[in-house]
Write a protein of this length. Structure first.
Lengths: 259, 209
């Protein structure tokens, strides 16, 4: 008798197999290169990670980076949404803000980093850089979502005299959420990348960026890979947690029974 | 309550649609007929205040419910919640939905999972159950088969008493089935003389059709 395997079990097996394949490629490449200083093997990186995870200073740095980057992200979401709402109402403001967001979007991160170090120092650098990277993405996507709201449904709401709160919850929010979620998904990865890069340039105290910088100074490639692994993992978990929380809250709001 | 339209002027881009148009829609059903582009839907939109006339006045249009050409339902909500959304007071609407032959199973689903004809019935029940003085119905029977249409007409006639309803239709038979008065619109409409048919209507007979 044949046993059937569930799709989720199959998916897990495939994921593990793919991960093992690439670990194999990595190990083979490091053996072929034969120089741990330039290209550390997975085994060396795992050993470095074990050492790192035992150091209290690592957790201090992790918390420092996390708090700064998440502050930047949350502030950018708040400001971006407020500006999107205001700009959807006032066309003049929209026209006025358009070049500002274009400039923020197209200016190289390094230019902002140097400017912020000069103006504010390195302590708030990662928060400001994350904020600047996330702001235009949240603003433009939320505005697109507002613009995308079904005009026919808004007319229906007007004719029946549906209140502002219900109109927002049941008509506007379902139109905005896909755009907003996509913006959050893109910008969560972006804010970690740009935030840590800023910490490296600014050599911010108690930060993952500074630890990365130090591993470069001491040519410790294994540590560099280990910190990178930590940053990618934290960024991934942060993104999944935030997206799941927003999805769950919005589903409750949009699909909840009408009182 | 009557809807009074007085000396209405309205042009869309360069096309004059109403050129000093006046009429009164009294309580009961009035069918608006006329060829495409003659201004039937535009007149409903003017009464709903979704369009502004260049001049003229419309009164008696304060408490309005509508069935639009499209269903205009919140797709993520079920039929009951779509109707509750427009209610001013709490009311049980499941009996209304049963009258138009929507089952308990159908009304529990998000409307995105319903057929076109089912959505049309939900849109009609939303207008009727909202308990407004005036109903503006733009092709309300679109996409309904004969049996369903007769059930929907019977439902409408049961709940229309004391209200003013304006129904846009392309089917002259609807005037008879609804026992309605009619107003035929043409280009550059000025005169809004409503003709009364007053056919006797027996809702039980209609359901048999």
């Amino acid at each position: 008798m044949r046993r059937s395997t569930s799709p989720s079990k199959n998916k897990a097996v495939v994921t593990i197999a793919v991960a093992l394949f690439w670990l194999g490629v990595w190990q083979t490449a490091s053996v072929l290169i034969g120089e741990e200083l330039f290209f550390s093997s997975p085994v060396a990186v795992f050993k470095a990670l074990r050492v790192i995870l035992r150091q209290p200073s690592f957790y201090k740095a992790l918390w420092g980076s996390f708090s700064r980057i998440s502050t930047g992200f949350v502030s950018a979401v708040a400001v971006g949404v407020i500006f999107a709402v205001l700009c959807s109402k006032f066309k003049l403001l929209r026209t006025l803000m358009s070049p500002l967001f274009t400039v923020i979007r197209s200016t190289p991160v390094a230019s902002f980093v140097i400017l912020v170090i000069i103006m504010l120092g390195s302590e708030r650098l990662a928060a400001v850089i994350s904020f600047l990277m996330v702001l235009p993405v949240i603003y433009s996507n939320t505005l697109a979502g507002i613009d995308n709201t079904d005009k026919a449904l808004l007319e229906m709401a007007k004719v029946f005299g549906i209140g502002a709160f219900k109109t927002f919850r049941y008509i506007r929010l379902p139109a905005i959420m896909p755009f907003f979620l996509s913006a959050c998904s893109v910008s969560l990865g972006l804010c970690w990348k740009s935030g840590v890069a800023a910490e490296v340039i600014g050599i911010t105290g108690n930060s993952l960026g500074k630890l990365l910088y130090e591993s470069k100074i001491y040519y410790s490639t294994a540590e560099l890979f280990a910190y990178t692994f930590v940053i990618v993992s934290v960024s991934f978990v942060f993104e999944k947690a935030v997206i799941r929380a927003i999805k769950s809250l919005s589903a409750k709001a949009v699909e909840g029974s009408v009182k | 309550m009557s809807i009074i339209i007085d000396n209405l002027h309205f042009a869309y881009r360069d096309k004059v649609i109403f050129d000093g148009f006046s009429t009164v829609f009294d309580s009961g059903i009035t069918c608006l007929i006329g060829r495409s582009g003659s201004g039937k839907t535009t007149l409903l939109r003017l009464i709903m205040r979704l369009e502004k006339p260049q001049s003229g006045k419309i009164t008696g249009n304060d408490s309005i419910a509508a069935v639009f050409q499209e269903d205009r339902l919140c797709e993520q909500l079920n039929a009951v919640d779509n109707i509750r959304l427009v209610l001013r007071e709490k009311a049980d609407v499941s009996a209304h939905l049963a009258e138009v032959m929507l089952s308990d199973g159908d009304i529990a689903k998000p409307v995105s999972e319903l057929s076109g004809g089912m959505k049309r019935r939900v849109a009609l029940v939303r207008a009727v159950a909202s308990n407004r003085n005036t109903l503006l119905l733009d092709e309300p029977f679109k996409g309904l088969d004969e049996n369903t249409k007769s059930a929907v007409i019977a439902y409408l006639l049961r709940h229309i008493e004391g209200k003013t309803a304006v129904v846009v239709t392309h089917d002259p038979e609807d005037i008879i089935l609804l026992g309605a008065k009619s107003l035929s619109l043409s280009d550059r409409q000025t005169n809004g003389e409503i003709s009364s048919h007053h056919f006797p209507v027996n809702t039980a007979e209609i359901q048999k059709i």
